[in-house]
Design a protein around this ligand. Sequence first.
Ligand code: AMP
Length: 508
Amino acid sequence: MNLANLLLRTAKISPDRAALALGHSALYGYGELERRVGALATQLRGRFGLEPGNRVAIFCRNCPQYVEILYAIWHAGLVAVPINNKLHPKEARYIAEDSGAAMTFVSADLLGDEGHLTGIERMIFIDVESAEYVGLLREGWSPVASRAPDDLAWLFYTSGTTGRPKGVMLSHNNLLAMTFCYFADVDTAKSEDSILYAAPMSHGAGMYMFAHALVGARHVVPESGVFDPEEIFDLSGRYRNISMFAAPTMVRRLVERCAESGCDPSGIKTIVYGGGPMYVEDIRCALDVMGSRFVQIYGQGECPMTITALSRFHIGNINHENYLQRLGSVGVAQTAVEVRVADTDGRDLPIGESGEIVVRGSPVMGGYWNNPDATEKAVRDGWLFTGDMGCLDQDGFLTLKDRSKDIIISGGSNIYPREVEEVLLMHPAVAEVSVVGRTNPEWGEDVIAFVVTKDSAIVTASELDALCLEHIARFKRPKEYRLLPELPKNNYGKVLKTVLREEAKKHP
Ligand code: AMP
């Protein structure tokens, strides 16, 4: 089983169907895409002497070449190592070296002037904008390399909010299972649809490439190569039936843009959101402004995009008695996985009790690259211990609590930052919020809230206190509120609670 066969299949059935576009410009159809993939694969094996199983890194901006490079890597039986293009060249170097990549495709402007990446000995670099790259696509063809289902396809480096990123080993079978789950649990995908790469193709957005290649949909890369709400609305007007993956922070920006300027969202078929918490207030506002076009997924590199999904139906089922609770959940287990909530010994916890989320099924990784210790900790008896905390309700809806290290313990009681954050976001002037703990010798920890207001509005502690007292237990109320112009986030848009915890220790 080689994922490259899925592209070949579409190219044979529908060679003339539009495959790739850069902004408004159509590039080529599936037949030509497959020809380029076959040529590049042949050069990778022939000219560069790469062997099945060798790793090839991609450190590129979102660009149309991404699609053909990924498939060419697989066509040749190699392993792709996509690197987030927002990383510093030094961080990219760590990943390129750790994976033992023999070659890296790069967008030259990402390399910086210091040679952090280019200094790696014996590494072959190909600039995807260069004449050399174009030369590799000119001619040649060889059959798709045979790969076993469990052979490695993608080394996915975790975002590493704590410590060095780890290489998650994803096989062809893992990615195929994830692709089937897209159809079963997330959305339809049809040949008249377009997938828009508005988020990094090295992560979630790129993972949805396969479902869309399978049905012969169009792949659209924004010309800017970045997330730009105005460009997205413009492209959705052009292509219609646009689907995309977006982190919750991106959804918020799209919604704001739509509300401010009255952009027409009707060209957007589906926005799949995930990768971080979506607060109830935010998704309600998104539904009000943009209508029913949202699906939520919960996943992690170790089980990519496929732990649970909250369907479009459930997001819109406003008359259900548990509507708000479900809207604040991440939905139900996707088809290819089993999900449990376990205690520290891995035993099932009763419905409603919070514990660690563990998952088993065909999308779950084979382990971490060259890191048996970390693998042993994460995968036990076939179950992946996600490090995320949550609880299941009687209908199978999973609500994420915070990661265990984020839970605040005050006076012996557990406080989940998320529940305090949900309440503070109800205040009309609050744009973003993040809640952390600060050591208190008497109580264990105090709750500290970092608040970003809309248009730098002033919000008083007593207003926020009153809101908390109305909705949550008194002891969960923050001891201190600090206004910030913005929250510190990593390259994936995730709030850096470690930085906030340090900040909380300092005097205001
Ligand atoms: P990564 O492996 O970088 O994709 O990060 C995965 C982590 O992001 C998960 O373990 C969760 O902590 C978080 N995450 C992913 N999806 C969601 C979601 N829908 N809601 C809240 N957190 C999420």
